[in-house]
Design a protein around this ligand. Structure first.
Ligand code: OOB
Length: 535
């Protein structure tokens, strides 16, 4: 396995192979069979264009050839930041084939996050789109190249034939060569990296192997009854586990279906696509559901054939209950983590289960424990921290040995930081969390990361970031600050954080000022006290 990654112990790996979870599939082969047997079948629909399996397969092979000719080698890391466009799929397939794992950044990330990802992974290339939603990624790329000298190439989608590029910048469309003869990657090795949603400090990277992700996309497709010819709609960013592989875009391709890529989950974008393409399955964060419920009658949207996977943040039962009667759609409720643990209700579960629980684990051999603060198993039905081990659950974050020593038990269970209990009938129920993250409508803001940025402001002496309730997003960030003299207002703080090159969703939503932050006996900021004082 790639240096800096933690493999599963041999005994566990042998067990997962023997049970048939890990079958030695490699993700670069997802499209190869259908590209031969039914080349004209539509693989991807994006920006009003339809791309066949043959086209996708060939373009990915030629891109892999071109990248190889540029000097990208198996084991090299490539930071990929592309929105929901067909190039995202082509780039991923090409890099899977090369065995050069893509590091999947979100479109919302900015200079600070991208520079960190490039530096932390020693990336040889950064692949982006020239502009997206008015933001200039070429400027960002230039800054990142200045900060990270090891970054050799910037490959740019969207500006084919535009102005001549700067040295080291190349149009992605020009990276095209005869498919190289490449050794097949080891299925036990890293196929790509996802970013962790919940962590202390800087984002942690999650190595996903060919074996483990191939199992995830196959088993989630089976559980959702998604098969050949079915259509999946990616309305969330495809770089996120939820839309990428549950079964998501990659699962749709593996099953011989079609993936439709939407620019956003907004009803005017997705309702027409659902009707036109006959979408069977999609994924949504809870924050979008009220809008879908309110606007579906206006659009006369027929969603009766649709299954909606909802997860990523707390789904309120009052909202969940409206889905079947008002949309006619089937709800499945998910508790997912980029780290690989997936629990979800199945489409044929009785209706109260998706309203009140997050269902059962993906795999029979997922081992879930609920423990108290001392790490002892709680009594059945009681709440505690969820620990997880299984064929998709990582054993260590990339290049993070010290963090790993805290994030995992000595016997390899991931400490999820989520507080859960199990219903008598065996379903998972999420109750809260102990990790210091604000879950802003599914987008995760690590408190410590934002605190560091706020502390860099010259007027700020002390900073604590907490979650406050929000009717739309569920939670928002509140920065509780101690200052010397002047008190910058919210607009100034947001501009300051933005100026440090941070994704917009991480900018504070509210600010409160105090004379001193409450501290616990050991000197840590007492966030429980802060929350009750601000709540
Ligand atoms: C999904 O993945 P991540 O990695 O962005 O976030 C994981 C965290 C969990 O640890 C938990 O704190 C929270 O998101 N979460 C939920 C939840 N599902 C996830 N909190 C409350 N209720 C839920 N149903 O968010 C993700 C990955 C794959 C599928 C779906 C979601």
């Amino acid at each position: 396995m790639l240096e800096g990654c933690v493999p599963w112990p041999d005994e566990a790996a042998a067990r997962y192979r023997a049970a048939g979870y890990w079958r030695g599939e490699v993700l670069g082969d997802l499209t190869a069979d259908i590209a031969k047997s039914d080349p004209a079948r539509v693989a991807i629909v994006a920006a009003g264009r339809r791309h066949t399996y043959a086209e996708l397969d060939e373009r990915a092979s030629r891109l892999a050839g071109g990248l190889h000719a540029l000097g990208v080698r198996p084991g090299d890391r490539v930071v990929v930041q592309l929105p929901n466009r067909w190039e995202f799929v082509v780039v991923c397939l090409a890099l899977f084939r090369l065995g050069a794992p893509p590091v999947l950044a979100l479109p919302a990330h900015r200079r600070a996050e991208i520079a960190y990802l490039c530096a932390h992974t020693d990336a040889v290339a950064y692949i982006c789109q020239d502009t997206h939603q008015g933001f200039d990624f070429l400027g960002l790329a230039e800054d990142v190249r200045g900060e990270v000298p090891g970054l050799r190439h910037v490959l740019v989608a969207g500006s084919e034939g535009a102005q001549p590029m700067k040295p080291g910048f190349l149009p992605l469309g020009d990276i095209d060569a005869e498919p190289a003869r490449l050794p097949a990657p080891d299925p036990g090795d890293v196929a790509f990296f996802l970013l962790s949603g919940g962590t202390t400090g800087l984002p942690k990277l999650i190595p996903r192997t060919h074996d483990d992700y191939a199992f995830q996309i196959r088993a989630t497709a089976e559980a959702m009854g998604f098969g050949e010819g079915d259509v999946y709609l990616a309305a969330l960013p495809v770089a996120h586990n939820a839309a990428l592989g549950c079964p998501g875009v990659l699962g749709a391709l593996r099953a011989g279906g079609t993936a439709v890529l939407a620019a956003s989950p907004s009803p005017d974008e997705v309702f027409p696509l659902i009707a036109a393409e006959g979408v069977r399955l999609t994924t949504l964060m809870p924050a979008f559901l009220p809008l879908w419920l309110d606007l579906a009658p206006l659009f006369e949207a027929d969603l009766s054939g649709l299954t909606i996977e909802v997860g990523g943040a707390k789904l309120r039962p009052e909202v969940a209950e409206r889905i079947r009667p008002e949309l006619g759609a089937t709800l499945t409720h998910w508790f997912g983590m980029a780290e690989g643990l997936l629990c979800f209700t199945r489409g044929d579960d009785p209706p109260h289960l998706p309203v009140h629980t997050q269902g059962r684990p993906l795999c029979e051999d997922d081992e879930l424990r609920v423990v108290d603060e001392q790490g002892r198993d709680v009594a059945p039905g009681e709440a505690g921290e969820l620990l997880a081990r299984g064929p998709c659950v990582l054993r260590g974050y990339y290049r993070a040995p010290e963090y790993n020593a805290r994030a995992f038990t000595p016997d390899g269970f991931l400490r999820t930081g989520d507080v859960v209990r199990f219903a008598e009938t065996g379903e998972l129920v999420v109750e809260g969390r102990i990790k210091d993250v604000v879950n802003r409508g599914g987008e995760k803001v690590p408190a410590e990361e934002l605190e560091e940025h706020l502390l860099a402001h010259p007027a700020v002496r002390d900073a604590a970031v907490i979650a406050v309730p929000d009717p739309r997003l569920g939670e928002k960030t509140c920065a509780v600050l101690v200052t010397a003299g002047t008190r910058p207002d919210l607009a100034e703080l947001r501009a300051f954080v933005a100026g440090r090159g941070v994704a917009e969703y991480k900018q504070p939503d509210q600010v409160r000022y105090v004379d001193v932050l409450p501290r616990t006996g050991v000197g840590k900021v007492d966030k429980v006290a802060l929350r009750s004082a601000t709540g």
